[in-house]
Design a protein around this ligand. Structure first.
Ligand code: ADP
Length: 553
């Protein structure tokens, strides 16, 4: 027997209509490339989105066509977020930090028909353009001449100055947006988000035990709109009528702090690298910026060190909420929150708890598997995390490489190595490609990095496994010191030896000015492994290595 409730499609127009009808006077704030601030009410933003949708249709964009963006976070990008899926096309956000040849590959693979490009990114586009074929290029300009062959965004909108676009429901199973994974292993892979997945992810993000966004929030997504739909925040924020604040290209700590302070931002989101920089700036100038409105920042994409979570709270009163997720999961999979039972544990243990990836959000199911099968939730058995849920990828878009990331019963293999506690709390120990196996035993780079970053003289650290003649691999740490710090390897070894088994302690250290980062702001460990590849080549003979004495040797 079927239920007898209305089958209202879960599609993006539903989110847009609510912002239009209930919150027309709430604002979208954008910092422009010249640092000036633009403000527009949702009513205007959505009217402009309607005009964009009609204009794209007039250009020949048909249902299912891919419309790409090469843009920072700002109002016009948001207009594309509303317009493109609402007219039945697919919004394909391009990562502006990728190499032109990678961008060309992705644009070609997705068969993008139209591209919207920021004027400040035009030099990048000029490198990509000769390598691809798109029908129309629209430039989002802040003045100056329109390059030959391009269409000016504002001219396009004023050319369709009618407000008849209705934001009608779409089939919820159709594609609304797409984003390619960074391709650190193999070719970039396309993830094609359905309307339904985005809307359900939006509802989940509103839950009090996840991101808990409310109307009175002023939300600053530092996470780029080109990366997994800025973790869904443009949609989530619009749906509840919260104010959106977009930083444009200005992502340095001082610019972000100024924006948070002057716009009275209540909630922000971004990767740990950004927040490490912000914490350092705050520590250097306590009281300079007013963060009294901030209720929390969601940090994810890589593990935020415990010391950072503690530092923000204790020294600046800002709550850091950790989220774990993936491009393939729209992206939120788990959020770290204290539960009622944690009220009674000492404060330092609470921070320890918060530094874990946390509990799966409502709607996501988890399990972990090793070579011998599914693992118990005992907090110690380590294996690959598998997930299932309505906003988790079912298949990649036209994959070129053989795909082994789906189980026979339809779960997605995340490639993350985890333990799951009896209460379902996830601890990420590594990505499978970054795992360090020393003397047959796993060493967690995430745990070592967290501890190193807890040292008073360390700004950032990465730990990788390097080939070793005796132990197959040994951990090696690459450290960025805080300004003026002089700490050396022996002190850091001693610091780690107090916290971990002796064979976990890296055999050697390198000190650098900065760590190499991927296009999404994560440490590029493959590059570190290449750079230091031969570091332990003669270790056995020299007897200089620290053998993993307690390992299964
Ligand atoms: P990529 O890093 O390849 O650009 P994603 O942004 O989708 O692509 O990265 C997802 C991966 O980032 C996860 O599989 C996990 O390894 C890592 N990650 C995300 N959030 C966290 C977190 N809170 N703690 C540890 N690792 C995380």
């Amino acid at each position: 027997m079927l239920g007898l409730m209305q089958e209202v499609p879960l599609s993006i127009p539903m989110l847009v209509r609510r912002a239009r009808d209930l919150f027309p006077d709430k604002h979208v704030v954008s910092r422009r490339p010249d640092r000036s601030i633009g403000r527009a009410p949702y009513g205007d933003v959505i009217a402009r989105s309607g005009r964009l949708a009609l204009a794209l249709r007039a250009l020949g964009v048909a249902e299912g066509d891919r419309v790409a963006t090469l843009a920072w976070n700002h109002q016009r990008h948001l207009e594309a977020y509303f317009a493109v899926p609402s007219m039945g096309a697919v919004l394909h956000t391009l990562n502006l930090r990728l190499h032109p040849t990678d961008l060309a590959y992705i644009i070609g693979h997705a068969e993008d028909q139209v591209i919207l490009v920021d004027q400040v990114l035009w030099p990048l586009w000029e490198k990509v353009a000769p390598l691809v074929r798109v029908k129309h290029v629209i430039i989002m300009s802040d003045g100056g001449e329109t390059p030959p062959g391009a269409i000016d965004y504002e001219a396009l909108l004023s050319g369709s100055a009618d407000d008849t676009f209705q934001f009608d429901d779409r089939d919820e199973r159709t594609a609304a947006a797409m984003c390619y994974t960074s391709g650190t292993t193999g070719r970039p892979k396309g993830v094609l988000y359905s309307h339904r997945a985005i809307v359900l992810h939006t509802f989940m993000s509103l839950a009090s035990d996840s991101a808990a966004i409310v109307e009175r929030d002023v939300m600053l997504p530092v996470v780029p709109m080109f990366h997994v739909n800025a973790w869904g925040f443009p949609y989530t924020t619009a749906f509840v009528g919260a104010t959106q604040v977009h930083p444009g290209p200005h992502l340095d700590p001082a610019s972000l702090l100024e924006l948070m302070s002057t716009e009275r931002v209540t909630m922000a989101a971004g990767v740990p690298t950004i927040w490490l920089g912000i914490l350092q700036a705050l520590d250097a100038a306590p009281g300079h910026w007013d963060l009294s409105a901030m209720r929390m920042t969601l940090v994810g994409g890589a593990a935020p060190p415990e010391s950072m979570i503690r530092g923000f709270k204790q020294r600046h009163g800002v709550v850091v909420q950790q989220g774990w997720g993936m491009t393939e999961m729209s992206p939120i999979g788990s959020v770290s929150r204290l539960q009622r039972k944690h009220d009674d544990i000492p404060e330092h243990e609470q921070y320890h708890q918060l530094a874990k990836a946390g509990y799966p959000v409502p709607g996501v199911e988890i399990r972990a598997r090793s070579e011998s099968g599914l693992l118990p939730w005992d907090g110690t058995s380590m294996g690959e995390l598998e997930v299932r849920g309505p906003w988790v990828v079912r298949e990649y878009y036209r994959p070129e490489d053989p795909i082994t990331q789906f189980t026979d019963d339809g779960w997605f293999r995340t490639g993350d190595i985890v333990t799951i506690a009896p209460d379902g709390c996830i601890t990420i120990t590594d990505r499978s490609k970054d795992v360090i196996k020393s003397g047959g035993e796993w060493v967690s780079s995430v745990a070592l990095e967290g501890a190193l970053m807890g040292h008073a003289e360390v700004f950032e650290a990465a730990v990788v496994g390097l080939p070793h003649p005796r132990w197959s691999e040994r951990p090696f740490a690459v450290v960025v010191r805080k300004p003026g710090a002089l700490v050396e390897a022996p002190a850091l070894k001693a610091w780690l030896a107090e916290r971990f088994a002796s064979w976990w302690v890296p055999d050697d250290f390198a000190f650098v000015d900065a760590l190499p980062k991927t296009g999404t702001g994560k440490v590029q460990k493959s590059q570190l492994r290449d750079t230091y590849r031969d570091r332990f080549a003669g270790a056995d003979e020299a007897g200089a290595a620290h053998p993993p004495a307690e390992a299964g040797a």
